[in-house]
Design a protein around this ligand. Structure first.
Ligand code: ADP
Ligand code: MG
Length: 248
């Protein structure tokens, strides 16, 4: 892990929908080992930014670079996932009728062998990886439980675990704590903080208490550009941010 080295560069990215600029010359970068929060009002461009990074939306202008020099704009969605960018959408989509362990087992496989994998033996190494991931997401005790009976929070954690099974280097997580209990919110902060030790993690979130609790660097998006960037305290004292969000 090249801690402190850049893993993602978004440089001057513009995305227009019928002349409306959802992203307007957006630039920021993420380093290995970083947990970054991206905040901004509805319509600020957060989801569009994730769509660009994952190859779902092509920008009209700008560059997106992964690692030292991989041009993501020349790659399609599967290729981008393959080189190590994982995305978690807001709603958890786990296999309800399979156990926690099996969900992680399934997530490890490529599409072709999908359900066949449940009937074949996994290697000791694969088992270790699943055990390690269950520890990280706090679901070790529930290994044999069907995912369908997990709480909303536990499902979110399982899905984060399923992403980890694909060995991503950069994880994009959309509103992970929406709908969670305060205890689940705390636990999620813990999981993401631990994850960021070995991966770069970008979290899009509305919950300010949560962002304060994980105390990471924050990027504020506004009308498709970066309005401010820094720690939570500097963001809260930032004049431009206060003007836009508090009408000062
Ligand atoms: P956020 O995730 O920050 O709420 P989005 O990235 O979803 O914001 O949207 C940014 C702006 O772009 C919004 O005004 C939204 O209506 C617009 N937008 C997003 N996707 C499309 C699309 N496919 N077609 C037209 N407008 C879109
Ligand atoms: Mg959004």
């Amino acid at each position: 892990l090249k801690k402190g080295k850049r893993i993602l560069l978004v440089d001057g990215v513009t995305v227009s929908f019928d002349g409306f600029k959802a992203l307007n010359n957006l630039s920021f970068s993420i380093n290995y080992g970083e947990l970054r929060c991206i905040i901004g009002a509805n319509g600020a461009g957060k989801s569009t930014m994730m769509d660009v990074v994952t190859g779902k939306t092509r920008p009209d202008a700008g560059h997106v670079t992964f690692g030292e020099a991989v041009n993501l704009l020349e790659m399609d969605e599967p290729a981008i996932a393959q080189i190590g960018i994982g995305r978690k959408f807001q709603k958890p989509t786990v296999f309800q009728n399979h156990s926690v362990f099996e969900n992680l087992e399934l997530a490890m496989q490529d599409d072709k062998r999908f359900f066949k994998t449940l009937f074949s033996k996994i290697s000791g190494e694969q088992r270790d990886k699943i055990e390690e991931t269950m520890g990280l997401i706090g679901l070790k005790e529930l290994a044999k439980q069907d995912a369908g009976i997990l709480s909303h929070g536990q499902k979110q954690w399982l899905e984060i675990g399923m992403l980890i099974m694909q060995n991503p280097k950069l994880l994009l997580v959309d509103e992970p704590v929406a709908g969670m209990t305060p205890q689940e919110v705390d636990k999620t902060g813990e999981i993401l903080t631990n994850l960021a030790k070995e991966h770069a993690v970008v979290v899009v979130e509305h919950d300010m208490e949560f962002i304060r609790s994980i105390a990471s660097k924050v990027t504020v998006l506004h009308e498709g550009s970066v309005l401010a960037e820094g720690d939570m305290e500097s963001i809260q004292n930032n004049e431009k941010v206060r003007k836009v969000y508090l009408g000062e």
